[in-house]
Design a protein around this ligand. Sequence first.
Ligand SMILES: NC(=O)c1ccc[n+]([C@@H]2O[C@H](COP(=O)([O-])OP(=O)(O)OC[C@H]3O[C@@H](n4cnc5c(N)ncnc54)[C@H](O)[C@@H]3O)[C@@H](O)[C@H]2O)c1
Length: 332
Amino acid sequence: MSKKILLTGCAGFIGSNFIKTIASKNQDYDFVILDALTYAGHLPTIQTDIDENDHLSFVKMDIRNKEDIDSLFSKEKFDGVIHFAAESHVDNSITNPNIFVETNVLGTLNLLNPSLKRHKDLGDQFKFVHVSTDEVYGTLTETDPAFTEQNQIEPNSPYSASKASSDLLVRSYFETFKLNTCITRCSNNYGPFQFPEKLIPLMISNALSDKALPVYGDGQNIRDWIYVDDHNNGIWATYLKGNAGEVYNFGGDAEKRNLDVVKTLLSIVKKPESLITFVKDRKGHDWRYAMNFEKATKELNWKPEVTFEEGLQRTVNWYVENQKWCQEVSST
Ligand SMILES: NC(=O)c1ccc[n+]([C@@H]2O[C@H](COP(=O)([O-])OP(=O)(O)OC[C@H]3O[C@@H](n4cnc5c(N)ncnc54)[C@H](O)[C@@H]3O)[C@@H](O)[C@H]2O)c1
């Protein structure tokens, strides 16, 4: 019988790419996709993949609902969980932090508890991979070395605080109960199917319709950018090979100032830089993120394969051809 993995949050950006590039191609596992279909989740993105693959199924469910999650775990005998589901937009966490705690912290706890029962049955055959973010480490100056897994977590936004809290819960379930957990922490993802609230799709969509491109502060903040497929390969390698209780960093080896990213996008779509509009800086805006991913390279044989230039060109092409998708997800 095939092993069965619960994938949470896979109607969103990273998860839907995971379905297309990894889950739909991997016949050795049955994947149960769980998603509450919030504003950020769009089932049509993955509907064809589900329809065409017998080993993929979908359940609409909210991880905040403990009873529903418990009954799903009783019904489906999962061999593992890859937990993508989260409220993921920093700006929303500043205006409405409560749902970030409910989904990211309590929702994660609701998955950890029934996982313990499966761990009791299966031992370390059962695996729980928690998808987290570089933002839990806080911020770097221009000259600091990149974050390693040894850095303390010092989150600065309600979003990153909620992710850090869930990381600590996952860690505690390894330390206390020996649940076979791994945590992945990754830098800014970009690629197809990203909700157009995030920097790259927002800027492409605005540029294509000659709208202003809002850039926070002076645009000098630095982010490391990773193509979404590279991140998903890292998550899957963690599921297959990650050691219990470990954290793995993933990055794209592509540190860029926000303003430079926006200017590069404008030059690809052949629109003028006069569309750039500087807006009041985000509260508590982290200055710089950078990731040291030597551990993932050494232990998981992972490294990013897609250069920023190549990934950005692919991404722009996709958004140019799929503005209809952007309009659809924005209107639901
Ligand atoms: N996007 C990035 O650059 C990035 C970087 C590092 C880590 N991450 C992490 O990766 C994961 C996925 O991020 P993303 O960018 O795909 O996010 P996303 O916002 O695009 O998708 C999140 C998905 O989770 C679902 N969801 C939200 N609340 C839920 C709930 N209560 N119950 C069930 N499903 C719920 C949504 O419907 C959506 O499909 C998140 O955990 C995020 O913290 C993201």
